[in-house]
Design a protein around this ligand. Sequence first.
Ligand code: AP5
Length: 252
Amino acid sequence: MANAQHGDRAAWFQGGCAQCSGTGAAPLRAWRMLLLGAPGIGKGTQAEYISAYTGACHLSTGDVFRFAKNSGGCLTPSMQSALEFMKRGELVPDSVVIDMVRERVRCIACGHGFLLDGFPRTVEQAIALDALLTEAGVQLDAVLSFDLDEEKVIARLSGRRTCPTCKRTYHITGNPPKVAGICDHDGAALIQREDDRPEAIAVRLRAYHKQTAPLIDYYAAKGLLHSINADGNPEAVFGRAREVLGSLVPVG
Ligand code: AP5
């Protein structure tokens, strides 16, 4: 979704030499953060709030894959294979994801800061990100790690509906649109993501526990981890995230 602070995020979605348009002035303080947590816990939802609050660009690797799929252009063989992994709920191979983020290192170095959502997802990706941060000459301020019981996570994923146009997400009961099935923002008919089918959800949760959960220890050891209870409505969860942000000393 475009946002007043960082325009259309074309550099992230398209890579290459695409330039973001509609970007306002860089904020006085650029926040550089990661969002960690199980699939469906509400990272994308919180990213909208945190992004509006800090001005940091919301950079989701899942959104890049979905953008490529829906853009109608010719897909490279590695992107075609990535979309097959994604449909099944499996993680895309590290080499593909790392190359994709490396091509977008401008977004890591950007003066607006960033809120990485869904990357890194393995220790190998975290090591690659460390190298990209060094290359870009920036440091992480924080890793926000969201926690919630698995049955509530599954309920969030099963009830999610997404706007195919602006990518806003809703939940049929927890965060419904004003008119059922219709995006509040642009009136498009909402859809259910392919990987929100029950069999793909089970695969995604297994991948999270095996491959992504070790990042909690990885970032705790660096002193960057902040755990946030993700129970309650989106505003309540954001209130907790805002408290964490308020307690942080700028890295510079
Ligand atoms: P990605 O798009 O990153 O998906 P994900 O991590 O599985 O996360 P989701 O987008 O499904 O959930 P979310 O936590 O953002 O929750 P949301 O805010 O939407 O990745 C998709 C796939 O791409 C991966 O499976 C993999 O194949 C591939 N991929 C991407 N990055 C990769 C990487 N780095 N390495 C390898 N593969 C990669 O919320 C969910 C629902 O809950 C919504 O309906 C929402 O309205 C509702 N909700 C949110 N908060 C609340 C609340 N507080 N109360 C009630 N309802 C709520």
